[in-house]
Design a protein around this ligand. Structure first.
Ligand code: TXA
Ligand code: MG
Length: 363
């Protein structure tokens, strides 16, 4: 019997025309290609090929009840994946409006699927998740292959999402055929997932597209986490909302700013502050750095004590989130203590990931 994975390492590819062409041919041939998007790296397979889709679940160790996002690179390819014909006209208008206004971009829409999309891609759900990524190389890869590439984030199930090709190589290097190296991803947290398949639109996962930007187009929408839990024995509505997810191997605890400011400094632990100013004040108060303004200007970022954004900027914080968590997770520490970001804009997605990264998944 054929082994699920060929032994050996993934081939690293650049974003040159030839390399993207080679990766596209691999996808057409049913192989797995990890590729950069504007959010995180995806683990891609041809969305119409069940055997290739099965390899994605195997490679990630992902349960079959957790459906994949299908990536397109041309708005006209939408109808090859989803059918908006059954939606009420008002909802259809809203879908059209957000697709045209916010795609390409970090927004995934759940809609009724077409029969050509295998059940494996959608975990047997009658709906599919679809997104048009805002990344030129990803778009070329999708267009030059089959036009619809199913891709979850390219990490082992439950672990931190990858923001660099090296993260993919370290975690899945022997389970992927090719890795396209596009450097560090820009947005750094996964796409916002919004469900349009039944009833009023609902955000299933906060992400790189802030709720405010969607509401500016379609009006008020339900808040994340407002959905009812799945009935017993049925798959969760959006399985990526499992409480423990996006988790480092080192136990992580999420703290409010007040709690964080009061923590003692223990060299056996790592600390992830939201802003550089709070981190610097904390280090000064504990005598780790001298209380001199010169140090406050330019605190050397000790590898154990980090800030998501020096300036306390939410966009920068989201971009650094998984990158810094990967770094802290490599340190020989017994715990990671992270500070909540402000609960607005991309801070909602940052806090969502941090709370799921924590053991037991608070909030
Ligand atoms: O930014 C992103 O979205 C990245 C890049 C690679 O595009 N992808 C990503 O995929 O984060 P993944 O598989 O890690 O997360 C997909 C999320 C999961 O929470 C999954 O449960 C949900 O989307 N999802 C997919 N199809 C769904 C469906 N039909 N109904 C409800 N939720 C769905
Ligand atoms: Mg994921």
């Amino acid at each position: 019997m054929e082994k699920p994975f060929r032994p050996g390492e993934a081939r690293m590819l650049s974003l040159s025309d030839e390399d993207i062409q080679a990766a596209a041919e691999a996808l057409i041939a049913g192989q797995l290609v990890a590729f950069p998007t504007e959010t995180v790296y995806g683990l891609g397979a041809d969305a119409f090929n069940s055997t290739a889709l099965a390899k994605v679940f195997e490679a990630k160790g992902r349960p079959r009840f957790d459906p994949l996002i299908i990536h397109i690179a041309d708005i006209h390819d939408m109808e090859r994946v989803v059918d908006t014909g059954t939606l009420e006209p008002a909802m259809r208008k809203q879908v059209d409006a957000i697709c045209y206004a916010l795609w390409p971009g970090p927004l995934t829409i759940i809609l009724p699927k077409v029969p050509a999309i295998p059940d494996l891609a959608t975990a047997g759900l009658p709906t599919a998740a679809i997104r048009f990524p805002d990344h030129k190389a990803a778009q070329r890869l999708i267009r030059e292959s089959t036009g619809a590439i199913a891709a979850p984030s390219a990490n082992p199930f439950g672990y931190l999402s990858p923001t660099r090709a090296e993260h993919v190589r370290e975690q899945l290097g022997n389970r992927v055929d090719f890795i396209l190296d596009g450097g560090r991803t820009g947005i750094g947290v996964e796409s916002t997932v919004i469900d349009f398949s039944s009833g009023p639109p609902r955000i299933l996962r906060p992400g790189g597209m802030p709720r405010e930007r969607i509401e500016a187009i379609i009006g008020p929408i339900e808040l994340p986490g407002a959905e009812a839990p799945a009935p017993a024995g049925r798959a969760p509505l959006s399985p990526g909302l499992l409480n423990s997810h996006y988790a480092p191997r080192t136990p992580l605890t999420l703290h409010s700013q007040e709690e964080m400011s009061a923590l003692p400094y223990r060299p056996s632990e790592a600390y992830l502050f939201f802003s550089g100013s709070v981190r610097t004040a904390w280090l000064q108060a504990r005598g780790v750095i001298p209380p001199h303004p010169a140090y406050a200007q330019d605190t050397p970022n000790s590898s154990l004590v980090r800030a998501l954004s020096e300036a306390g900027d939410l966009i920068e914080a989201a971009a650094n989130l998984f990158d810094l968590l990967h770094e802290l997770d490599r340190l020989p520490v017994s715990a990671i203590r992270a500070e909540r970001a402000p609960d607005k804009g991309l801070g909602i997605a940052v806090n969502d990931r941090l709370s799921r990264a924590g053991r037991g998944g608070s909030a």
